[in-house]
Ligand binder design. Sequence first.
Ligand code: TEU
Length: 596
Amino acid sequence: MRRCLEILWLGLLAACAQPAAPPPAATPERAETTAPRRAWWKEVVVYQVYPRSFQDSDGDGVGDIRGIISRLDYIESLGVDVVWLNPVYQSPNDDAGYDISDYRAIMPAMGTMADFDALLQGLHQRGIKLIMDLVVNHTSDEHLWFRESRSSRSNPYRDYYHWWPAELGTPAHRWSFFDEEGSAWRYDSTTQAYYLHYFSRKQPDLKWENPRVRREVYELMKFWFEKGVDGFRMDVIPFISKDTTFPPLPAAYRSGDYVAYYAKGPRLHEFLREMNREVLSKYDIMTVGEGGGVRAEDALHFVAEDRRELQTFFQFELVDRWGRRPDNWLYPDSSTRSLPVFKQIFTKWDSVFATAGWGTVFLGNHDQSRMVSRYGNDDPRYRTASAKMLHTFLLTMRGTPYIYNGDEIGMANIRFTDIRDYRDLMTINYYRRLEKEGGDLGEFLAGQAEISRDNGRTPMQWTAESHAGFTTGAPWIRINPDHRTVNVQAAEADTGSVLHYVRRLLRFRKSDPTLVYGTYRLLDRENPEVYAYTRSLGGRTLMVALSFGPGGGRTALPPGYTSGKILMNNLATSPLQSRRLVLEPYQAIVLELTKD
Ligand code: TEU
């Protein structure tokens, strides 16, 4: 079987690697003449494990590394190739581990370095790679470097961070993502100076302009590579370079789009190239940068092969657009209104990487509310179908797909109504700020119920028992009460579950290089109910049609094709009526198209 698949792969790739073959009939997908170069990190599917919420092994209510080890057979059973692990380093956990106080140690709540080594070995034994989170725009304020840095103006670590001496007056405003007063400058009386923190006050920004800082980062990266980790997901990596004169924000960014400003520091690409030269180029690894603030026109500066910087990054246009405020994705009935915009975003980003670089595809992670609640429909009538539909999207687009843990069983938003249930400093600090300013707390909470990061952080639901099989103790955050019906055990027992479908989809993606390397072409652009596209490689064309709403939808085979064979279908009914497709609510199908 495996051999057959290899032959299929090689055959199709060979076919598409011959630019000399004249393109048949003028179909638009032929515009791309050379197939992307093959690379293992383009062919993998990544599973993101949020360790705090995956599996607790010692009853303290916090997920840990031993817990993940106990679930390795499950992870392997999914058919994924790579695990991305959120931070497990030493941290006071102001921002759930994104505030690191020692890059070479494991936080006790997560286990020990021996546990980590066992996890890495366990994954590798199963043929699964591990990528770690690299959080080096900032450290914790409890990191030795910062403790030293803040202790005196003449300390050797002073220049590891951005300090603004108070005698120069108040520094020009910088926004903070998490600060309860909104400012990224924090006055520190010990040395009468302000330090910069784009995130919380306990996350001071490292000064990359200092070559010693860069050397420290490269050394810690090597430390993990020497252990055998297979790559890094790089937290807010576009933010690392700053104009250290800290001028007032240019007018274009003042109204709020400061993220784009932060993502364009003057020496950013110089630093990334240096990191590549000094570290990345020496290992066979994968890199994915968090690309917040990166606009499509700048994307290739990060990932075009000849730039020698990163391989891929996450683009945030969709998730930021549907943002941190409640809006029309909230209500299933209005969701279809925005489908053309959703398509336009993914289509634009696909075209960015059509001739160079490589993209990623994701709809959920630990910073987002749950994919099925946000882009699908978690009403019991539609939950399973819409979760399967969204996975069909993730696994049939061009770009390396990321599946967020829990999405494979259709986990949904918990929708807290009480501020005391929240654990995320982002929600808590915004709430405090609004409270001080006399803002509308009710409206804020209603919004957070839909889009807070904690929606994506509730514990993995393994069983119907109390605490969902996640912990025997008191969980660090409430567990979604729907675990009584939505859990891994129930999903395993039900062949119609999201879980079984995701496994089938993964096998399907692996079996067919068209889904990895094939050219993407949007069909039926303005259709408000159906997202349809083709993927083509070496003369083979697959069509994907996805109903994004409770009303179903209609579309048709693209011109020139007369019939289609259904390869994947998330429902039992066939939507195919000659050349027309009539989809049920949230139906997702993949067809192999044939010409007459
Ligand atoms: O997230 C970055 C982040 O919070 C976003 O604001 C992002 O910059 C924005 O969407 C851009 O448009 C990372 C981590 O994933 C998150 O968990 C951390 O809290 C944060 O960095 C700080 O380390």
